[in-house]
Each structure stands twice: as C-alpha cells, then as structure tokens.
Design a protein around this ligand. Structure first.
Ligand code: ADP
Ligand code: MG
Length: 253
C-alpha cells in the first residue's frame, strides 16, 4: 500500500537572527491509509513543526516529506498550494472561521480555489453535504458568533472535508473546548476514520489521544515512542456514560 505520509529523517532548523533552533531533529514516520494517529509531547517538542510540514505550510531543512509518494520538496509554491487544497484538510485549535460569513460560506471557501471551478450551485451543494456530515445542516445560515465553540469547530471540520481530502490534519482540535464537546468532536473523527479517512491529530491530553488508534510521542524534536493505543475509547459510549453521570448527579438528594 502507498503510505499517505512518509517523513524520512525529517529535520527542521529555524534561523532567527544569530540563534538557531533545532525544532525537529531527524524524524521517521510512516502513516498508512485509514490510520488515526495522535501526536503528543510537551510544548516546544516539535509537534506543530511536523504538522506544518505535513500540511505543506513549511518545508524541511533536512530529509524528506512524502505525501501519497510525492516528495513535497520537489514542488514549487503553486504546486504545493494545489496539493494542500486538493488533498489535505486542516483543523486548528482556534477554528479560524471568517466571522462575518455564514457557516455555509465558510465551508464553501476551499472550493473557490478549485480549478476548474465547480460553479456556485454545485459548490453550495457540496458545502451543504459537508455540514450535514458534522450534524450542522440546520445551522448553515448562522454566523460564527451565533454558534457555540463546539459548533464552530464542527464548521471548521466541514470546511476541512469539503474537498474530500486524503488526509485530515488537526492541531489541538479540542484545545479550546470543554470535556463533553471534546468527546463529541472525537466522535466525528472516529466516524470519519471508520469511513476510511486518515487522520493525524496533535493533542497534549492523553484522554483525547485515547480516541485515536496510534500514539506518537515527541520530545525535544524527536519521536521517543510510537505504539498502538491499548485501551481505546469509543466516543459514543463515553458520551452516554457522561450523560448518565450527569443524570445521577441531578437525581441525588
Ligand atoms: P510544539 O507544537 O510541540 O509546541 P513547535 O513545533 O511549535 O512545538 O516548536 C518547536 C520548537 O521550534 C520550539 O522551540 C519553538 O520555539 C521553535 N519554533 C517554532 N516555530 C518557529 C519559528 N517560526 N521560528 C523560530 N523558532 C520556531
Ligand atoms: Mg504546537
């Protein structure tokens, strides 16, 4: 099988003035289609640098980054932008939605860069379907400030999915959300993963990593552990358990 992602001895050094920061120091990582990987590690360990490289937002200073077998180091800026737009979906901690724009229009945005263009009717239809996928079909006209944090993140996920990407990249997707909402987001990720979506997610919470299938731990720019999740959590079951607990608290004398 062709791996979705291959980092081969990947390193990244940032040069800021006189100071050199070795953010990533020789990382090897292969991710196959259908995997759900959580990248963990302390702040500054290089997680976002790895994600930004996988997301073609940044280039390696050493080694290689292959996406679907394509060495991103050989692509020019326009080719990178096309690859990013057509094959990758991004979800960030801060949602990054346009505030004066409806949920539907936010989701349509990546489609506007497609060449040839889909046309406005098909664009709208695709965005509408993507919103339905995250359970927000009835919120299409709402603006971000009329939505809860969890709903805003779901709009961001719908936007990430609208181009039917090969790979979903999420950097701390639940970092700004409460426990229940975080589990709901993990429920969407698990559902997408069961349908075949490959997901790589950064999180600093072990609870959240336990919804994935594989845990990669980074320290000081290196991978120090890479293993399957042993006690995998199921979001549907956890949400049910949480509701029963809340119900029991309400009934308590
Ligand atoms: P994490 O996401 O695990 O917190 P990062 O990948 O953001 O870690 O950062 C790894 C290291 O690289 C840190 O020491 C950070 O300060 C440094 N770094 C990240 N981005 C830049 C940049 N654009 N310029 C200089 N140093 C950077
Ligand atoms: Mg980070």
């Amino acid at each position: 099988m062709q791996p979705v992602v291959q980092l081969i001895n990947f390193s990244k050094t940032y040069q800021t003035g006189e100071v050199e920061v070795k953010a990533v120091r020789g990382v090897n990582l292969t991710v196959q289609p259908g995997e759900f990987v959580a990248i963990m590690g302390a702040s500054g360990s290089g997680k976002s640098t790895v994600m930004n490289t996988l997301g073609c937002l940044d280039r390696p200073t050493g080694g290689q980054c292959l996406l679907d077998g394509v060495d991103t180091g050989t692509l020019d800026r326009d080719e990178l932008a096309d690859l990013r737009n057509q094959r990758l979906g991004f979800v960030f901690q801060g949602f990054n939605l346009l505030s004066r724009t409806s949920a539907l229009e936010n989701v349509e945005l990546p489609l506007m860069y497609l060449r040839p263009n889909l046309g406005s009717r098909l664009q709208r239809e695709r965005a509408q379907n993507s919103l339905a996928l995250v359970g927000l079909a009835d919120r299409a006209d709402h603006h971000p400030n009329q939505l809860s944090g969890g709903q805003q993140q779901r709009v961001a996920i719908a936007r990430a999915l609208v181009n039917q990407p090969r790979l979903l990249l999420a950097d701390e997707p639940t970092g700004n959300l409460d426990t229940q909402t975080s589990i709901e987001i993990m429920g969407i990720f698990q559902q997408l993963n069961r349908q075949g979506m490959t997901i790589i997610m950064v999180t600093h919470e072990l609870d959240i990593a336990n919804y994935s299938l594989r845990q990669v731990v980074m320290r000081d720019g290196r991978i120090v552990s890479d293993q399957p999740i042993k006690n995998r959590l199921d979001a549907t079951a956890e949400l049910l358990r949480l509701r029963q607990e809340q119900h029991a608290i309400q009934l308590a004398p």
